[in-house]
Design a protein around this ligand. Structure first.
Ligand SMILES: NC(=O)c1ccc[n+]([C@@H]2O[C@H](COP(=O)([O-])OP(=O)(O)OC[C@H]3O[C@@H](n4cnc5c(N)ncnc54)[C@H](O)[C@@H]3O)[C@@H](O)[C@H]2O)c1
Length: 295
């Protein structure tokens, strides 16, 4: 079975490592921050044990965990068939990493980015083999969410694109093909539009966070509302993505970051820290936070 190197072991990278290992791939997981690696392994242990107890994975939790190997640098990269980059949403950082990987790896290694917004063509700039660079945009929490947008950059070859679509299916996810790249791809453009409006309604005092979320749930059958989605993604990650998105000239309507910036300043980064637009209690309760109390 092929091996996969995942670079970045945060909220998304740890989840991608888990689902690839659940599907039998040998996984190498690398991060510059050892704390992220520890947290990812703990989360994977907890999640695989839960899934195994419910009979939702075919192998034992231990077998899945044993397929994941922590690595401290990128020297394994040339030996892997797949590389998935899952570091911060920062064009310069990702592009530098892609150039480094491109120089290290043989031409047949496929290098994918989990970027939420940045066109793949920009990430592939300055690489020798841009045809092997592709977008694989997962949705979080990765072990639960089935969608992956597979994005074709201007220079991505058909062969690499089709193989990537098959790879996504092989790890039990549903691939949606983005045939022409556009910042934000498909889903974040649609969700971004909804969240922009939701933020504006709350900032103007027209509705509460909870009522917007409940409204979308009861009125439009959304499983969770736009603020719950933002909490799941992480508000710091949201700001980075949005700024990147705007820097690409892709914004269609002005966005106010005031409320999100206040939330981040107050340490309310979302579900990953137990508090965002809601407070998440250890016993699984979700209590709405009154955003009007923020300074
Ligand atoms: N959070 C979401 O819901 C979501 C959804 C889809 C895509 N994404 C995208 O996935 C990527 C990661 O997002 P996240 O939510 O996992 O962020 P995160 O902050 O949870 O994790 C990022 C990790 O990357 C590590 N890192 C940073 N620079 C690195 C480097 N040079 N080499 C190795 N590791 C490095 C950090 O230490 C951190 O552990 C971003 O591009 C983001 O836009 C996020």
């Amino acid at each position: 079975m092929d091996s996969v190197l995942i670079i970045g072991a945060g909220f998304m990278g740890g989840g991608i490592a888990q689902v690839a290992a659940q599907s039998g791939y040998t996984v190498y997981l690398q991060d510059i921050n050892p704390v992220s690696l520890d947290k990812a392994l703990q989360q994977i242990k907890w999640s695989t044990e839960k899934l195994a107890a419910k009979g939702k994975i075919k192998d034992s939790a231990k077998d899945v965990q044993d397929r994941i190997h922590i690595v401290n640098d990128l020297s394994i990269a040339p030996k892997c068939e797949w590389i998935i980059e899952v570091v911060y949403e920062d064009k310069q950082m990702k592009n530098a990493l892609f150039k480094d990987l491109d120089a290290k790896c043989p031409p047949q290694t496929i290098i994918a980015s989990n970027t939420s917004t940045i066109p793949i063509t920009l990430l592939a700039e300055g690489t020798r083999y841009p045809e092997r660079i592709v977008g694989m945009h997962f949705f979080g929490p990765v072990p639960i969410m089935r969608l992956v947008e597979v994005i074709k950059g201007e220079k991505t070859s058909d062969a690499v694109f089709n193989k990537s679509v098959d790879f996504v299916s092989s790890i039990g996810k549903y691939p949606v093909k983005v045939m022409k790249e556009v910042p934000g791809f498909i889903m974040n453009r649609i969700n971004g539009a909804a969240f922009r409006e939701a933020l504006s309604l709350v900032e103007k005092g027209i509705a509460s966070v909870e009522d917007v979320d409940k409204g979308m749930h009861y009125g439009f059958n959304w499983n969770i509302g736009p603020f719950e989605i933002a909490d799941n993604s992480g508000l710091d990650t949201y700001i980075r993505s949005r700024k990147q998105y705007e820097a690409l000239g892709a914004i269609e309507a002005p966005t106010s970051y005031d409320l999100i910036e206040k939330m981040v300043k107050a340490g309310r980064l979302g579900r990953k820290v137990g508090k965002g637009f809601y407070d998440y209690t250890p016993d699984g309760k979700k209590i709405p936070f009154d955003v009007t109390t923020l300074k």
